[in-house]
Design a protein around this ligand. Structure first.
Ligand code: HEM
Ligand code: NAG
Length: 325
């Protein structure tokens, strides 16, 4: 009797070790949700608090922080390369087309880093992990899903504006180009549709959708009119005027997808996800199934967060997210 019980116990133990070791996200990336549990148990609560305060002060900040993590991961992996300021040896990604006068939230990341290093007593938490956790906490603060963030990324000692310019997708891309851009990062067409749902939050400037507003045919006429008056064709002075990416731009909801069904996607890259291509069905699904969107968004965010992390002795943990140590 006793040995039968012990055997069963052993079998369960081995099975759970095996499933932990081989379940894809841990095994593939070398990251784990428990990374800071012993090194600094206050790290994650501190990030959450600072993000919450920042989002309460300005709802848009949640959108900006989510986007920073995306722009980090798509350029040589999630290594905080996006945070490095320009120096004679750093080819700052902040100056790349998709980021210059557009990426924001850097001061909040600085504040998080400062407070986390203080509470931990030293620089144990990487800037890349801060970006990943801040993105999750932003989504939660604005009503979206929670997910367990895998941790243990280290920070790069280099940046590449050139790679940022080639690897960050542009708003005028068609479905094929967008799919290729995601495929290059190991992400599927489904990930593309799901993660584009990040555009349920935040704003875009006229120069990113002005062409579409004036020239595209796959746009709702009244919606186009509104955008045309916000962004007059011959007035470059209005190029930084802001439009909401979806009408409830500070609430994580399914309106982004509902609007695509009505040709009211703000960016060209949004609308092409619903336009007779093979992603139409998914857009339809998420438009009236918040549960599916929440669940898949969480899953795809973990997948995006696993892109080429620096682990072990690679890279470093920066003392200041803007500079290499
Ligand atoms: C699919 C390809 C994508 C393209 C072409 C794209 C393009 C853009 C553009 C042009 C803007 C406006 C920037 C500006 O006007 O300054 C923007 C904003 C934003 N993007 Fe994307 N994006 C894409 C995917 C994503 C993904 C995967 C996420 C996150 C999961 C994301 C999150 C955001 C957020 C939250 C904003 C608003 C930022 C703010 O208000 O500060 N985007 N995106
Ligand atoms: C970035 O934007 C500024 C305007 O604020 C502009 O002067 C500069 O040329 C831009 N940099 C690049 C590399 O495009």
């Amino acid at each position: 009797m006793e040995s039968k019980g012990a055997n069963r116990f052993l079998a369960v133990l081995l099975l759970s070790i095996a499933t932990t070791a081989f379940s894809a996200p841990y095994y593939d990336s070398g990251l784990t949700p428990y990374y800071y549990d012993y090194a600094c148990s206050q790290a994650l609560p501190t990030i959450r608090r600072v993000v919450k305060e920042a989002v309460e002060k300005e709802r848009r900040m949640g959108a900006s922080l989510l986007r920073l993590h995306f722009h980090d991961c798509f350029v040589n992996g999630c290594d905080a390369s996006v945070l490095l300021d320009p120096t004679p040896t750093i080819d700052s990604e902040k100056l790349a087309g998709a980021n210059n006068n557009s990426a924001r939230g850097f001061e909040v990341i600085d504040q998080i880093k400062e407070e986390v290093d203080k509470v931990c007593g030293r620089a144990v938490v990487s800037c890349a992990d801060i970006l990943a956790v801040a993105a999750r906490d932003s989504v939660v603060a604005l009503g979206g899903p929670w997910w367990n963030v895998r941790l243990g990324r280290r920070d790069s000692t280099t940046a590449s504006r050139t790679t940022a310019n080639t690897d960050l997708p542009a708003p005028f891309m068609d479905l094929n180009a967008l799919t290729s851009s995601f495929q290059k990062q190991g992400l599927s067409a489904k990930d593309l549709v799901v993660l584009s749902g990040g555009h349920t939050l935040g704003f875009a400037q006229c120069f990113t959708f002005k062409d579409r507003a004036h020239n595209d045919l796959n746009i709702h006429p009244k919606f186009a009119k509104k955008l045309q008056s916000l962004c007059p064709r011959a007035e470059s002075g209005s190029d930084s005027n802001l439009a909401k990416l979806d009408p409830t731009s500070s609430r994580f909801d399914t309106l982004y997808y509902k609007n695509l069904l009505k040709q009211k996607g703000l960016l060209g890259s949004d609308q092409v996800l619903f336009g007779g291509g093979n992603t139409d069905e998914l857009v339809r699904t998420y438009s009236d199934n918040a549960n599916a969107f929440w669940k898949d968004f969480a899953k795809s965010m973990v997948k995006m967060g696993n892109i080429k992390p620096l682990t072990g002795n690679l890279g470093q943990v920066r003392h200041n997210c803007r500079w290499v140590n």
